[in-house]
Design a protein around this ligand. Structure first.
Ligand code: MLT
Length: 239
């Protein structure tokens, strides 16, 4: 478990890397693909996003831009998963740039397999890990501009705890891995009150100030979408 993209090693890549940005980028991505979106293409740079998406027919694309939690002017969408209804996203590609989530994805894009996780698609991620058994797995929290994120770490713990439980992995196997042990402990403390965790964490507070209470509620649900966003070409995710 790495708490921010900045803390991931730059000189090697794992068999499987999992980007986590529960509030809200990876929750939005799972929602878009579950609702029939064609793909998600991620950008750290807004201008590049505009340039690349320009060659797509307007009815085949959606542009989502978020900075500081708010929608970027001129974009159709910000980063609210609740805006991503099947009526809107069906058959369209989401071109998206967010403050932290898309940066995390770009940092890990050289891993053999790249997937995204949030609480809403946690079970699909756990099932993938158990079925494929990749030897090295990184779970990378997006954080906020380089700092620790409570909600992403708890989600990493939710994934790790279920893999441990479902594979009957002896807990001693985790000895020495301080990040995973602390992520599991954090999840264990909050698992019955994820909305409470979102209200307590700094990015949850930021989103509440922006009137995003319904987003927090939606993102605090566990295992509601059976979808596994996976990178199919650099920067492009499909289910
Ligand atoms: C991000 O990528 O920084 C977040 O998803 C921000 C947000 O909640 O929109």
């Amino acid at each position: 478990v790495y708490h921010t993209p900045e803390l991931t090693p730059a000189d090697k890549a794992p068999d499987c890397a999992i980007a986590v940005d529960v509030l809200r980028a990876t929750s939005t991505m799972a929602t878009v693909l579950a609702a029939g979106g064609e793909a998600i293409q991620v950008f750290s740079d807004l201008e590049k996003l505009m340039h690349v998406s320009e060659s797509w027919l307007p009815e085949k694309r959606l542009r989502a831009g978020e900075r500081g939690g708010g929608k970027v002017p001129g974009f159709e969408l910000g980063n609210s998963p609740l805006d991503c209804t099947p009526e809107l996203v069906q058959g369209r590609r989401l071109f998206i740039s967010t403050t932290n989530g898309t940066r995390a994805l770009q940092r890990i894009q050289d891993a053999a397999t790249v997937i995204t996780a949030a609480f809403i698609n946690r079970a699909a991620v756990v099932r993938y890990l158990i079925e494929k058994q990749p030897e090295t797995v990184w779970i990378v929290g997006s954080g906020w501009e380089g700092s620790f994120s409570l909600e992403d770490t708890a989600c990493a713990g939710a994934i790790a705890q279920h893999v441990v439980q479902e594979t009957n992995l002896p807990l001693e196997e985790l000895a020495g891995n301080d990040e995973v042990i602390s992520a599991i402990a954090l999840y264990s403390q909050w698992q019955d009150n994820l909305l409470g965790l979102f209200h307590a964490c700094s990015h949850g507070q930021r989103l509440l100030r922006l009137d995003c209470h319904e987003d927090l509620k939606y993102c605090s649900q566990t295992d509601i979408l059976d979808v596994l966003p996976m990178q199919r070409e650099p920067g492009v995710l499909k289910s």
